[in-house]
Design a protein around this ligand. Sequence first.
Ligand code: ZN
Length: 338
Amino acid sequence: MHLSPSENHRYLMENLQPSHSWDGSDLKQWQRKLRPKVKNLLGTTPKEKCDLNVRSIWKKKHKYGTIEKIVFTAEAFSDVPAYICLPDAVDEPYTFMICVQGHSGGMYNSIAVDPKNHKKTIAIKGDRDFGIGCMKRGIAALCIEQRSFGERQEKEQKMVANHGCHDATMHALMLGRTLTGERVYDVDRGIDYLASRGDVNMKKIGVMGNSGGGTVSLFSAATNPRIAFAMPSCYFNTFQDSIMSIYHCMDNYIPGILELAEMSDVMGLFAPKPIVIVAGRDDELFPVEATKKAFKELKKIYKAAGAEKKIHLVIGDGGHRFYADDAWPKMLKEIKKL
Ligand SMILES: [Zn+2]
């Protein structure tokens, strides 16, 4: 007898032939077909973009530059706190990295401060101080607070499941949306904000993040033409070997995506733009062997784009975290070529 639903799902998954897997046909045509379908699965977004209504909260000097906290409005009743990190060492127009945290305490990790007191610096584990890491290397950063994390965690609903993403994920599904799609939308509004500043090189905007930040980095890169480089960490894998085999937060699940494509196909929508994929040798959530397998598939797509040399796989000697010293040299080299 087969009584566990997972037995049936595994059978279905293993016998599934995704309708839009990379098939070696004309690359641009394939991308043109798959991209709108992925966007569609990420869910609906507002028909019209609202005024960003940018507010400055505070500004401070830092060893490597200036950090400002702002809030902008992504859509009705949805405000996005963010940090702008501008490095002293370089002049305008700035190359920008949009930094998104995963299931951590929130965006304060990106600038390594106490969440209750931005004047107090704290040590951050796993190189998750992305904004500081950017400034240190002459890259400006926009560090976004993602929906359901940090300052944007749910406070109005009583969460039966006692999980920060539960209500947001489920309600989004009922509204024809996904929480990932909403987070991707926030990244797009972040780029609108960058466009409004006047000191940004709009051809040099990238995205990075670890874990849940890697998810949003990958889907943003795949669907947003304004992103020029990407550095997803501890997410790139196969859907089959990660979120379909190991327990993950519900915000990872995009309804119907397995019928359409695997993760390497989604990332392949970014070809021929440069990517540094970061993985952890001992990552238990996104097993490295499956990352290698997916990378091989991605390489085929990049080869067809004549951009095989623009993708890099960096495997850090540890678990589920970012590896700044391994990843950044490769990313900086690619940014220089843009
Ligand atoms: Zn979550």
